[in-house]
Design a binder for this molecule. Structure first.
Ligand SMILES: Nc1ncnc2c1ncn2[C@@H]1O[C@H](COP(=O)(O)OP(=O)(O)OP(=O)(O)O)[C@@H](O)[C@H]1O
Length: 293
């Protein structure tokens, strides 16, 4: 019998696309499965629930939510033989979209039952994992403002972006080391991605692959507000690489050193993290997560 656990984030996305016990029981009727359903009740709760599921012998753990929920669940099973299922009920669902996992709950469940596995790379930033992307600068500021809003919708992402735009000029100097080359910049944005999608079909790293053993990065130094607008428009058409100051490249690792300021404000898979260490080391664990796709 297969021991399959579902970790459901009831507030992900617009909250009207929720995975329920009724739906799951309809699809997992036969004796082949032992089904366990858990609901997260607060931030980071899915980590605790997943660890319990591992102890309870789950062989498939399904994250039902957006990239934040996927991060909490998947972080616990990196490097194990446990299979990760995803039912994308979040707002952005960047990773699921990259993996072509359907947003329609019933279709995602059908996929899980087929159990086709793809091994994907996993990004690391200090002691944290990321599966989609991480960043310092403008994107982290957007996430900070987004988290302060009470609804997780595209409209609130746009509002948060406008607020971050008004708050520009807060950047602190950072030393960046890539392949033994050091540069000092006041970054508008340092964005590092494992996946080719941010969510909502928007991408800063359209050429990124989850299976190529490389991180795709884009570094943009401090730019004028006009150039930020130009960057935003180009990004919608996936043409932002043509911005002269944008440095787009692939690498295995990036090292950042904070020169000023007391903390690195970063976003990790769309969640805000304050990193107190002076150093940030971003790297990759190749093909270390089994995802049902
Ligand atoms: N019951 C809950 N109440 C409040 N927050 C919760 C609850 N359960 C989980 N969370 C938190 O909700 C946050 C958002 O989850 P998630 O990222 O899955 O959804 P989303 O933001 O709508 O999707 P996406 O990241 O794809 O845009 C996560 O930080 C998670 O820890």
């Amino acid at each position: 019998m297969k021991c399959i656990h579902f970790i459901i984030n009831p507030i992900a996305g617009s909250s009207n696309n929720i995975v329920t016990k009724d739906i799951l029981q309809k699809y997992f009727v036969d004796d082949k499965y032992s089904l366990t359903i858990k609901l997260s009740t607060h931030k980071k709760h899915a980590i605790k629930l997943t660890k319990q599921s591992i102890d309870e012998g789950a062989t498939i753990i399904v994250a039902c939510g957006g990239d934040g929920t996927v991060n909490e669940v998947a972080s616990c099973i990196v490097g194990t033989s446990i299979k990760l299922g995803i039912i994308p009920t979040g707002s952005g669902n960047g990773l699921a979209s990259n993996l072509k996992i359907p947003k329609i709950i019933e279709k995602a469940i059908t996929l899980i039952k087929q159990e086709n596995i793809t091994q994907i790379d996993v990004g690391t930033i200090n002691e944290h994992y990321f599966f989609s992307n991480t960043g310092v600068g403008f994107d982290a500021s957007v996430i900070k403002n987004y988290e302060a809003s009470n609804e997780r919708t595209l409209y609130n992402y746009i509002k948060a972006s406008l607020k971050s735009f008004r708050e520009l000029n807060k950047q602190e100097e950072v030393k960046i080391s890539i392949d033994n080359k050091n540069t000092f910049i006041n970054p508008f944005m340092i964005f590092v991605s494992n996946s080719n999608e941010l969510g909502y079909k928007i991408s800063l790293t359209p050429k990124a692959s989850l299976r190529d053993g490389l991180l795709d990065a884009i570094i943009i130094p401090k730019i004028s507000k006009i150039k930020v607008v130009v960057f935003g428009v180009l990004m919608l058409f996936r043409k932002h690489q043509i911005l002269k100051k944008a440095q787009v490249f692939q690498t295995k690792s990036i090292h950042l050193l904070r020169v000023k300021g007391s903390v690195f404000e970063t976003q990790i898979d769309g969640e805000l993290y304050q990193i107190k260490e002076k150093h940030i080391f971003i790297s990759l664990k190749e093909k270390s997560l089994n995802v049902i796709t």
